[in-house]
Design a protein around this ligand. Structure first.
Ligand SMILES: NC(=O)c1ccc[n+]([C@@H]2O[C@H](COP(=O)([O-])OP(=O)(O)OC[C@H]3O[C@@H](n4cnc5c(N)ncnc54)[C@H](O)[C@@H]3O)[C@@H](O)[C@H]2O)c1
Length: 291
């Protein structure tokens, strides 16, 4: 896209963390904003803060695991602003990490994949036909993670598996949109560069009762501070990464039609390590530090 000014963006998981930072950055580009999230209070306060700062923004309470809810999100966007030009499938949860993959329960998998994978699939299913058919320039950004998107951290296996799926979905989407000759581009966001202090560490707050764990956890959930301490014990000092900076990768990536939203040089050793491990046909690559 040549310019974002006056265009309309829909961002899921916009109430907090990276999604909130993306909407703030879009507001600075004078975009019309539709903030979608399942958490009503933070959604209302984030939207009110944007509107108070002069942005054109509306909130749409949305559960991305439900196609009907995502369909309503599209209707809100069209009613408020007309055509949608940018969709950020950013809502995500996790990781409900047990030490070993097999200790995670079926509901851990259902919940994580419901939001992280089906949430993206629902966004594509509902929004792509609209964005392709209206014929104006557009862009879709799916949020994955280096954990699974590049190399898997075995300590967060369910989450990593879901984020690997998001990369593959977005690669396929890119090629299909190109093949169609559409004016809609696609990118995958790989938030990285340090510790991201977002609500992901307390994602359980949004876990539906129907998908609660079938049995108590074998270990308590890891907090951001636990994670940082664990890495420090292994000799890795993880800096805090500014969410504004990650949001700027999104804007730059849309304006330059970049697929991989990760700065040049960042995580190249991991990309190479994984590729070389595949080429060697031996063990999978293992990255021990935080990514
Ligand atoms: N924080 C990190 O370290 C990190 C790293 C890489 C990728 N990511 C990804 O970034 C994205 C944003 O996460 P974050 O770190 O900002 O965490 P966050 O918890 O601050 O934001 C996630 C948002 O998604 C919303 N959400 C959860 N379930 C939903 C549902 N069913 N429908 C709609 N909204 C829902 C939450 O309410 C929340 O506002 C996620 O996809 C996450 O996996 C995060």
């Amino acid at each position: 896209m040549d310019s974002l000014t006056g265009r309309t963006a829909v961002v899921t998981g916009a109430a907090s963390g990276i999604g909130r930072a993306i909407t703030e950055r879009f507001a600075a580009e004078s975009m019309n904003l539709v903030l979608a999230d399942v958490e009503e209070g933070p959604l209302a306060s984030t939207t009110a803060a944007l509107v108070g700062a002069g942005a054109r923004a509306v909130a749409a309470l949305t559960d991305v695991t439900s196609v009907a809810s995502v369909q309503s999100l599209l209707e809100v966007a069209r009613t408020e602003f007309g055509n949608v030009h940018v969709l950020c499938n950013n809502a995500g949860v996790g990781p409900p990490a047990e030490q070993q993959l097999w200790l995670n329960t079926p509901n851990d998998w259902r919940w994580t994949f419901g939001v992280n994978v089906f949430g993206v699939a629902n966004g594509l299913h509902v929004f792509v036909p609209h964005m392709v058919d209206h014929g104006e320039e557009g862009h879709i950004v799916n949020t994955s993670s280096p954990d699974g998107g590049i190399v898997a951290m075995p300590s967060a296996a369910v989450y990593a598996s879901s984020k690997a799926a998001v990369v593959t979905m977005t690669e396929c989407l890119h090629h299909q949109l190109r093949e169609l000759g559409s004016r809609v581009g696609a990118s995958v966001l790989l938030p990285a560069g340090g510790l991201l202090l977002t609500g992901l560490w307390t994602a359980d707050r949004n876990r539906p009762e129907a998908l609660s764990r079938e049995r108590p956890r074998a270990r308590p959930p890891v907090t951001a501070e636990d994670f940082r301490r664990h890495l420090a014990e292994q000799g890795h000092d993880l800096p805090v990464m500014a969410l504004e900076e990650v949001a700027s990768w999104v804007v730059d990536g849309i304006l330059t039609d970049r697929f991989w939203l990760l700065p040049d040089g960042m995580l190249d050793d991991e990309v190479r390590g994984r590729a070389e491990a595949i080429i060697s046909r031996k063990e999978p690559y293992l990255h021990r530090a935080g990514i």
